[in-house]
Design a protein around this ligand. Structure first.
Ligand code: FES
Length: 320
């Protein structure tokens, strides 16, 4: 955390999509704030003493405001939840000095930017920077399934709106990102900037590497720590309510993986308890929740994410 903290006031709070908000932070006396570079983040001290890092998504040419985007993660350890629920226009927060581990190299001649969900926040300030320097780029932005349309107004009002291609994860809207096609046959001086959750961006980084992109040209911002590999776990049974079939889930397999082997398919996407695709209702038995997505309300209603969660009881009856 930064040693140098300064007070800021929330000048504006905007809903950017479901569970997504932006906060405009200004100096209490409307003085200039410390300068930042595109891709930077700041520590934000939230009421209650929590400190969280948020990327600055406005133009680095602006000196009188910091704009941060905050996703109200169901698994928030408190920071994002508190910002969404308790912090409003006029409230005071503290921020540290901007820092940057996601810089645009000075020699950048052309770029591809990719972002998913809240990952677009540092990418927006990078897009602004590239535009101002007449550096050609494309921004491929995937709306997270739970928050379609996030930051759409902010992007529409930006200087880089025409550079943005949008993608959806919802099967109804069905425009999907094709990273292999986007990353193919690019000039060797193209830089890639990517930001999103690891389960989304790591496969794309692998594709880039397979296509010959050197590590120096791949710039990655990470929001989450990698999920540790599954350990040997409690064995329990799962009963499918519609058929009455019972399956014994081994300690080294997830519910979705084992049921699929047995011909029972539960749709999955991230397989890390983050996206919610594999949500299933438990109608009997006690779940052992291991996900990073469900709210307390959803858990109380009996839902669990079958790609990571397990059972405390010996049997779970699933509404399938
Ligand atoms: S597949 Fe994403 S939460 Fe289970």
């Amino acid at each position: 955390m930064n040693d140098t903290l300064r007070d800021v006031i929330v000048a504006k709070k905007s809903d950017e999509a479901h569970n997504m908000a932006s906060f405009e932070l200004v100096d209490p006396a409307d003085a200039e704030l410390p300068a930042f570079s595109a891709g930077a983040h700041v520590d934000v001290t939230i009421p209650g003493g929590l400190v969280r890092q948020y990327s600055l998504c406005n133009s680095a040419t602006e000196r009188r405001r910091y704009v941060i985007g905050v996703w109200n993660d169901a698994n928030s350890r408190g920071g994002s939840k508190a910002l969404h629920a308790q912090v409003n226009v006029g409230d005071k927060l503290q921020v540290g000095l901007p820092r940057n581990r996601f810089r645009v190299p000075q020699h950048t001649k052309r770029a591809i930017l990719m972002a998913r969900g809240i990952g677009v926040t540092p990418i927006m300030s990078i897009a602004d920077h590239l535009k101002r320097h007449d550096i050609p780029f494309e921004l491929h932005y995937v709306y997270a399934m739970m928050s379609p349309g996030s930051f759409a107004e902010m992007i529409a009002a930006s200087n880089f709106a025409e550079n943005v291609e949008y993608y959806y994860e919802s099967s109804e809207l069905n425009k999907l990102l094709n990273p292999a096609a986007i990353l193919a046959d690019r000039p060797e001086d193209t830089q890639l900037f990517i930001c999103g959750v690891d389960w989304w961006q790591d496969p794309i980084i692998n594709i880039a590497e397979q296509k010959g992109w050197s590590k120096e040209r791949i710039h990655v911002e990470r929001f989450t720590a990698k999920v540790p590999p599954a350990a040997l776990d409690k064995v329990f049974e799962v009963k499918i309510a519609s058929t009455g079939a019972v399956y014994k889930i081994p300690g080294d397999k997830t519910v979705t993986a084992y049921l699929e082997e047995q011909g029972v398919k539960i749709p999955t996407s991230c397989e890390q308890g983050m996206c919610g695709t594999c949500k299933v209702k438990v109608i009997e038995g006690e779940a052992d929740h291991r996900d990073k997505r469900l709210s307390d309300e959803e858990k109380a209603e009996g839902y669990f994410l079958a790609c990571v969660s397990r059972a405390k009881s010996d049997l779970l009856v699933l509404n399938l």
